[in-house]
Design a protein around this ligand. Sequence first.
Ligand code: NOJ
Length: 758
Amino acid sequence: MHVVRIAGALALSLAFIPGAGAQGLVVPATEKKIDALLAQMTLEEKVGQLNQYSSAFDVTGPAPSAGAQKVMYDQVRQGLVGSVLNVTGAEATRKMQQLAVEGSRLKIPMIFGLDVIHGYRTMFPTPLGEAASWDPAAMEQSARIAATEAAAAGLHWTFAPMVDVSWDARWGRIMEGAGEDPYLGARAATARVRGFQGGDLAALDTLAACAKHFAAYGFSEAGRDYNTVDLSEHRLRNVVLPPFRAAVDAGVATVMNSFNEIGGVPATGSTHLQRDILKGEWGFAGFVVSDWGSIGEMVAHGYAENLEHASRIAITAGSDMDMEARGYVGHLAALVKAGKVDVKLVDDAVRRILRVKFALGLFDDPYRYSDAAREKQAIGSPAHVAAARDVARKSIVLLKNEGGLLPLDKAAKTIAVIGPLAADKDAALGNWRAQAVTGSAVSLLEGIQAAVPSTTRVVHAEGVKLVTGPRNFMARSVINTTDRSGIPAAVEAARAADVVVLAVGEDAFQSGEGRSQVDIGFKGLQEELIQAVLEANKRVVTVLMTGRPLVLGGTAESLPAIVEAWHGGSQAGHAIADVLFGEYNPSGKLPVAFPRHVGQMPMTYAHKNTGRPGPEPGVTWSSYTDVANDPLYPFGYGLSYTTFTYSEPRVSAPEIARDGTLQVTATITNAGKRAGVEVAQLYVRDLVGSVTRPVKELKGFQKVELQPGQSREVTFTLKAADLAFYTASGKWEAEPGAFKVFVGGNSRDVKEAAFSLK
Ligand code: NOJ
């Protein structure tokens, strides 16, 4: 058995003076109220505040038995439950709150949490898809609307945003984050925290947010969910942590730790992450919730002997609230009494949780969020639905458009809408769908039908089914690999049409938690359908609906037009039709690359150069012999119905001072015939570092709208501080030397200039 380390950082975190990272949660008057409450609480009541249960529905771990539910209700009445997740609805939350407030001695309200990830009832694109909008205002708006709906249903807290960077599309949960890049990830984290929390946690249309999973969950080995992570402090600090830091700086009220270990230490038991970095260095004043049962899982990890030991490790390491492991409620009081856990650790955790409850206004009125009238009016309002369509179309990425097949003519005589996802009303809702109504999305077929005049014939053929059997969070998708009976009708429809729209990809539950895959190509019989349709009609527009990037393989070459629509949410069908018919000129850019082959995983544009970047004649170099190194479609890539050209970038000075700034300017021209929006991207390369630096790193982006023929100068301001990284001496700072700077429309096609830092 190993020794549990009590961090020096505990003292630091308790003494921390509220600063940028303290999110306004530390209010002197409130701290006094918390002191008074703590003075009245028994040890058991204190531990109760750290205890979180799930109510019976929508569980993401083993479902609690009916007996466990009874235990939960009894404990709620005794003030031994601080929070419940998965209870929702104005009426249900009011009843549950009543148990705690009317039943318990100190009447401390509970905090109700739910995974409100990309909408509550009105669904927006899954977070990865939405990140393709490169539009922080859109991300903020969708989180704002999700919060408005969820708060009206009595909820206080969402387990979002997930800010895990991932370079591996095999990992099913890549759909839930902002993709492969820490800078874009940080921008998304800030926008989403602001959106959920608004300016005021006490407002009736905001939720406390939760940055998760702390940390490095997106780096699980081989992309297998929950798997081991072993990465350097260098990668942790430079790649994994920046979006968390951004969330903390934006005032996120809570953080969730993660299931994985890092370098032999489960994140839930990591003092380094939770106390030293989060609460110490960053001054985070909110609370850390464990992931579901992750305290108990330290036993399976081989890091704790039993649940008691795991609980001791977790509280010592800074995990404040125990989600569903029942370790704290079962063991913490005894551990304190036995002198194995300092009660100060418990007090600190309680204080952090109470801070958030006070900030939410729950002590003023514990029922303030549970309002049936507001619930009815706010949820699914026309304004929310309109926003869902707008955000969905901003998220769509045009990957290929040979011969200008797109946009389509609405007045085409016959459009065949084919494929397993063409008339599907569920996949677009995506995984992690909170209270979306099953089968409630606008299908692509419906979107097309609504868009065209009555003179245009729209013919539908499913072709093949993608999945058979149940489609829900708990069920593993069963892929259809045998039933080809619909292919002849699809071929017939394709042959008789002017143009084919072919909807293929992934069902909602093929990506998400526990959905890692080694084969991320077209599943089932979709490839056969694609080839059969192509033989009948070459004019095929392929609409991909996916949670993750797919490996399109050779199929991408034979398809003339490809649109990535992700799982686009409630209004997906209308949003896609807007793009297909040119009502909306696509401007989305990939937040993560589409690989050529699954064997390239993990991959990122921001890789290191290696000692053998090649190619060089007569030397073997760092490459595969069977597939190119680069992806099929790189990070930042996406086409428009117009074309944009970039001038060479110019820098405002050849050298910048240690505290200086640099302007990088390029002229962008709309060289096509339609108005369009371009996401101009700024990358830098630090040529020599005390630790090696990536070949490119995103440092800025701007969305520019240009009329046909119009040119505009776009200027990025780069501060010397933006060049900082976690150096060999363990400091976050910029190092002097030579840099390259790149401007372009994606991470591959860029033009460059140079400067140096004094
Ligand atoms: C487990 C997931 O990892 C986490 O992201 C989620 O918030 C919890 N379950 C609660 O549903």
